[in-house]
Design a protein around this ligand. Structure first.
Ligand code: ADP
Length: 278
């Protein structure tokens, strides 16, 4: 089953009368059980894409299906139920993932309780989940009194608590030391391997990128490259555009006139030099 399907998805923010184009036509399919890292420079549109997949934002244009649903057509109630039952989310700001006054254990138990699904009833016990993220000793502490890194680990435990079919995480290791980050990466991978969950993670951490099936680089609101099985590929956009790797951009700087020529298995681009026309 295709769990995530984006067709020419665009997103524009309206900010004090200005438009910020965050996504300029994203085409992306993620199949059940796949793990995908979204990489790329700051401001490229990664978080926006994740928020769209979570139904926390709606696309300005394009088609978006998540877990077989047309997200744009779901009302707020249906979206909330979809998230509670089938999606686990780790937002970038750790404090936004937790109820500050509830203990760490209550936060995890709460996510299981509100999911009320058969899948959730087969999930790991709260203490085991907290142990996996190194928080067993802090189970009784209010989440608001945990450090940023501890809240981030708790957020991962909460997001996995109901055995989601789709796990979405925005920089889930940004505040963690290497050891804790590796424990979180292991948990995310296990969610895929044991529960068949599909995992999409925004990350700057090369270790996360390397641990996942596919690494997509988002640049300027589009998918530029895809890494899989140790190879990196350019992704051709629906308008025929490609984002050249930085080393090749030097050979064809912006505004360069080039000729495209068909080759048996692709296309060659050659720069046209001054006076070479005609
Ligand atoms: P990334 O996650 O790759 O750093 P984002 O998705 O956060 O990128 O941002 C993409 C673009 O959208 C950036 O130009 C950013 O400034 C802009 N942006 C993000 N959130 C908002 C917002 N709430 N209002 C206006 N512009 C935003």
């Amino acid at each position: 089953m295709t769990v995530v399907s984006c067709e020419n998805v665009m997103h524009i923010y309206h900010l004090e009368g200005n438009e910020v184009i965050a996504l300029r036509g994203v085409d992306l399919q993620v199949e059940e059980g796949e793990s995908v890292a979204l990489l790329g420079p700051s401001g490229a549109g990664k978080s926006t894409l994740l928020w769209l997949l979570a139904g926390l934002l709606r696309p300005s244009a394009g088609g978006l299906r998540v877990l077989g649903r047309d997200v744009e057509k779901l009302g707020p109630g249906a979206l909330t139920r979809l998230r509670a039952r089938e999606i686990g989310i780790v937002l970038q700001n750790p404090a936004r993932n937790v109820f500050a006054h509830a203990t760490a254990a209550q936060n995890v138990a709460n996510a299981q309780r509100i999911a009320r699904s058969r899948r959730a009833s087969r999930s790991r016990p709260v203490n085991e989940l907290l142990g996996r993220v190194g928080l067993a000793d802090l189970a009784g502490r209010p989440a608001g009194r945990l450090s940023g890194g501890e809240q981030q680990r708790l957020a991962v435990a909460i997001a996995l608590a109901h055995r989601p079919k789709l796990l979405l995480a925005d920089e889930p290791t940004s505040q963690l030391d290497r050891e804790s980050a590796d424990a979180v990466i292991d948990l995310l991978r296990e969610a895929g391997a044991e529960n068949g969950a599909t995992v999409v993670v925004v990350t700057h951490d090369p270790a996360v990128g390397a641990a996942f099936d596919r690494g997509l680089t988002i640049r300027d609101g589009r998918v530029g490259t895809e890494a899989r099985d140790g190879n990196e590929y350019l992704v051709v956009g629906r308008d025929g555009s490609v984002q050249l790797p930085p080393a090749l951009q030097e050979l064809l700087p912006p505004g360069t006139r080039a000729r495209a020529r068909a080759l048996p298995d692709g296309v060659e681009l050659r720069r046209v030099h001054e006076g070479e026309d005609g």
